[in-house]
Design a binder for this molecule. Structure first.
Ligand code: TSJ
Length: 640
């Protein structure tokens, strides 16, 4: 309960504002799943990053505490504490009013990217408690809130002082409210990845991360003086580079543009867009500006150097981006976003600015680095050649064997043809596939067994991908075609199933199959993921059968550990080695029945990271794999 303090008219607005946030949290943070939970941390961190961008902070610390709280500490100027004209210290205004921007906004660069940038008051409203420490003017100021409402009494309009200090900065601690969130365990993997990304985008910033929730605290520090060039290097660390990373910078119309790119010996492109430090999953105007300008620069060079003759058609965009990894980062004073998840940059001036900087600076670079240009041109030539062959092959294939629903030998389809009702399970292994076919509700559940590992599409050319029986069957079954660099034949309106559910064993191989499938969807059918059609089934590892009482499915070792602690009486423990070992009834109950099963919804972040994870899971380097599995085991259980 909040202590009563001297509420006046402005307090009433505060109450109304906070209430609105608690009533409809999704409106402010996107969701109350783990993604929304992690966003609380990003929201707070972004304020420190703003302080960094304003030129006053070069160190941020993010700590996940054992009690479920988190804190973010920076060495900036400290949030202003002086009395504001609205009748409370400026700091209170920041934490109790929605979009307390305006006067307190650092500067022109709002970090707001789609669902992000919702304001620290939203985090406050969604926290059981929030504790604020501000080091400023030699003093340590303190403030505290419960579910958004101030706890501390002000004396003469001033915040309580805890002591003296020579340092400056802000520390915010908060405990997310379990009344609001479906899960209250932050994902260290997601948060680390986001912090690392922030470090790449802010090369003079150091971010320290610590997780104190495990038996041993785990700490890591992110400092990336090479900025997005370092990011490109790391994205490509396990790939065969064709040239050194190219980095260009410039500004136009008040928009700062920074681009790093590198070619590797692979068959696809990986172009990531960021606006004001926030990743834009759906891309947007900065990427279109970059792509069109880059394509036209390469075509001009190709004509100039006689690589393209008069009779030849231009290289296509995908031709010139064959094998390209790129990061396009813009800083925009007033970004706006559109798209399914509000992560697609929408400002037309960003397209113009990126296009201008790209044309000027890429030419500037290639004029001085002809060797690199030649490598890039030969990548494009190779791609164009393959494209032409494949265009022919594809027309042949499509006309010859007309991707057809009925020709899928292995698909056990459902009876309903209403896509809104239908689900398709992609099941690893023929034996599990067999059980699933018996277990399912055939009126609306289809089963597609796949054999072992599917092709890793990151490492294969498009003709290999399309020749792969497993992949062909999937494309046929889903019914919406596929999109790839050379054309877009994908039409989500034709999707035959509302849910595409990956069903694999709860072991390393299962995780690998998952990442391979996610990589396939991400590269060739990304809308499936954007629009939330892809799920991962979570089969249990154990069943505990007590001599009296209800049987219980346990999804990992931690759950078993908890079960043992809770149940002192003996019980029989059944261990499932794999899906194939469950009988039809068990499979129905644990994995198929919508009433009792647990599904993990796949978000675009999962898919974006999947190709990296593939490397880690199957690579020869064991320790990171162990850490990954350990952490995900812990997280998975809290998804339930
Ligand atoms: F989100 C937040 F409010 F909770 C938060 C803010 C959280 C954290 C971890 C840090 C911050 C924050 C805010 N760090 N630094 C600042 N800086 C300011 O708010 C600030 C300081 C000085 C001046 C000035 O004009 O003197 C202006 C501002 C906006």
């Amino acid at each position: 309960m909040a202590k009563k303090s001297s509420y006046d008219a402005s307090s009433i607005t505060v109450l109304e504002g906070l209430e609105a946030v608690r009533k409809r949290p999704g409106m402010y943070i996107g969701s109350t799943s783990r993604k929304g939970l992690n966003h609380l941390v990003y929201e707070i961190v972004d304020n420190s990053v703003d302080e960094h961008l304003a030129g006053y902070c070069d160190h941020i610390e993010v700590v996940l505490e054992a009690d479920g709280s988190a804190y973010v500490k920076d060495n900036g100027r400290g949030i202003p504490v002086e009395m504001h004209e609205k009748g409370m210290p400026a700091e209170r205004l920041v934490f109790t009013t929605l979009h307390a921007g305006g006067k307190f906004d650092n500067d022109v660069y709002k970090t707001s990217g789609g669902l992000h940038g919702v304001g620290s008051s939203v985090v406050n409203a969604l926290s059981v408690w929030m504790d604020v420490e501000i080091r400023r003017d030699g003093q340590v100021y303190h403030d505290r809130f419960s579910r958004g409402l101030p706890d501390l009494e002000l004396k003469g309009g001033l915040l309580p002082v805890l002591g003296k200090t020579k340092e400056t900065g802000t520390t915010i601690r908060f405990l997310p409210d379990p009344e609001i969130f479906e899960v209250t365990r932050f994902s260290a993997t997601d948060i680390k990845s986001r912090l690392h990304e922030t470090a790449y985008l802010n090369p003079t910033l150091t971010i320290r991360f610590e997780d104190r929730r495990g038996e041993q605290p785990y700490a890591e520090e992110y400092h990336e003086p090479d900025g997005i060039t370092g990011y490109i290097r790391d994205l490509n660390r396990n790939k065969e580079a064709v040239c050194e990373p190219i980095c260009i910078k410039g500004s136009s119309e008040g928009i700062e543009v920074e681009i790093a790119l590198q070619y590797v010996n692979e068959f696809h492109e990986n172009v990531l867009g960021f606006c004001n430090n926030i990743y834009n999953a759906e891309g947007g105007t900065h990427l279109t500006g970059f792509k069109s300008a880059f394509t036209s620069v390469i075509n001009s060079y190709a004509r100039e150097l006689g690589i393209l003759k008069d009779k030849d058609s231009n290289f296509t965009g995908p031709d010139v981006r064959n094998g390209m990894t790129a990061v396009v980062s813009v800083r925009h004073p007033d970004p706006s976003f559109e798209g399914q998840t509000k992560t697609k940059l929408d400002n037309q001036d960003a397209a113009r600015a990126v296009s201008k900087v790209t044309s000027e600076e890429v030419v500037h670079y290639f004029d001085r680095n002809l060797e690199v240009l030649k490598n890039v041109l030969s990548c494009a030539e190779k791609a164009a050649k393959i494209r032409k062959t494949e265009e022919r092959a594809k027309t042949n294939m499509l006309t010859k064997q007309k991707f057809s629903f009925d020709s899928n030998g292995k698909l056990a389809n459902c009876e309903s043809r209403d896509p809104k009702k239908c689900e398709i399970f992609i099941v690893e292994g023929d034996s599990a596939g067999g059980s699933a076919k018996t277990a399912r509700d055939r009126s609306y559940q289809a089963i597609l067994p796949i054999r072992g590992k599917i092709l890793n599409v990151e490492k294969a050319s498009i003709d290999k991908v399309l020749a792969n029986a497993e992949i062909k069957t999937m494309i046929n079954s889903f019914g919406c075609g596929f999109s790839e660099g050379y054309g877009n034949d994908f039409d989500i309106a034709k999707l035959r199933y509302d849910k595409i559910i990956i069903m694999a064993d709860a072991d390393v191989d299962g995780a690998h199959i998952c990442t391979l499938l996610l990589t396939l969807f991400y590269r060739f059918m990304p809308e499936l993921i954007y629009e939330g059609h892809v799920y991962i089934a979570m089969p249990p590892l154990y069943k505990a059968i007590p001599s009296r009482g209800k049987e219980e499915y346990l999804y990992d070792d931690a759950a078993l550990e908890r079960y043992r602690r809770k149940h002192k009486t003996p019980f029989t423990l059944q261990r499932y080695k794999g899906l194939g070992e469950m009988d039809a009834e068990q499979l129905w109950e644990t994995t198929l029945n919508p009433e009792t099963r647990t599904l993990k919804s796949v978000e675009i972040e999962d898919a974006r990271l999947a190709s990296d994870v593939t490397e880690m899971l199957m690579g020869s380097d064991v320790p990171p794999r162990k850490a990954f599995i350990y952490e995900h085991a812990q997280e998975a259980l809290l998804d339930i």
